[in-house]
Design a protein around this ligand. Structure first.
Ligand code: GTP
Ligand code: MG
Length: 197
């Protein structure tokens, strides 16, 4: 798929204030600092479109981007960021959970996992929650440029083994780097496929 146009639309805390749910929507979620905003910039080819930072906790709202006038990309705040207050974290969690369960045009959620990390409970639990609510999702392993190819493969094999403990069928996954653009064509192709359905 060619990205002809990508533009920022709105930032919201509330699902009912998000753009009208008339187009297919793809949301990026994962721990703080995993690379959600960077991946949106990599996919759209616009470096400054979604705000990124080396400090976790950068994205704090539900951010909608309109792509090719045909579908929405959504950048969400990360979960598991220890440095914001307990109240703020609870508020974010509520906002994200509400968004996931109520956003009717959500075509697929991309759950981002840092390819360097071993399976972590908050990510596994988040995927289980999506599964139990019937929200379609895939996994996106990020930052693979920080590892050798063989190390990335090793980590993914052990992640898949962990998933096998809970899932009859392992969720589909993509291997990416915002730095080298690895996985860009695969992800855009996947979105194209769903948009055509
Ligand atoms: P929050 O909004 O705080 O939840 O973070 P985020 O998940 O949106 O992460 P963000 O895209 O802001 O990236 C966090 C840091 O990781 C930044 O310093 C990025 O430059 C870096 N980063 C993101 N993706 C990659 C990648 O693929 N490779 C490398 N080397 N660095 C990356
Ligand atoms: Mg972000």
């Amino acid at each position: 798929m060619t990205i002809r146009e990508a533009k920022f639309l709105t930032s919201n805390t509330r699902v009912d204030q998000c753009p009208a749910p008339t187009l297919p929507e793809y949301a990026f979620i994962g721990r703080s600092n995993v690379g959600k905003s960077s991946l949106i910039n990599m996919l759209t080819g616009q470096k400054g479109l979604a705000k990124t930072s080396s400090l976790p906790g950068k994205t704090q709202l539900i951010n909608h981007f309109l792509i090719n006038n045909e579908w929405y990309l959504v950048d969400l705040p990360g979960y598991g960021y220890a440095k914001v207050s307990k109240e703020s974290r609870a508020q974010w969690a509520k906002m994200i959970n509400y968004y996931m369960s109520k956003r009717e045009n959500l075509s697929c959620v991309f759950v981002l996992i840092d390819s360097r990390h071993e399976p972590l409970a908050p990510d596994l639990e988040f995927m289980e929650k999506l599964g139990s609510e019937g929200v379609p999702f895939v996994i996106v392993f990020t930052k693979t440029d920080k590892l050798s190819g063989s190390r990335t493969q090793q980590n993914i094999v052990s992640y898949a083994a962990k998933l096998q403990e809970t899932w009859d069928e392992i969720p589909r996954y993509f291997i990416t780097s915002a730095e080298t653009k690895l996985g860009r064509e695969e992800l855009l192709g996947f979105i194209d496929e769903i948009n055509q359905q």
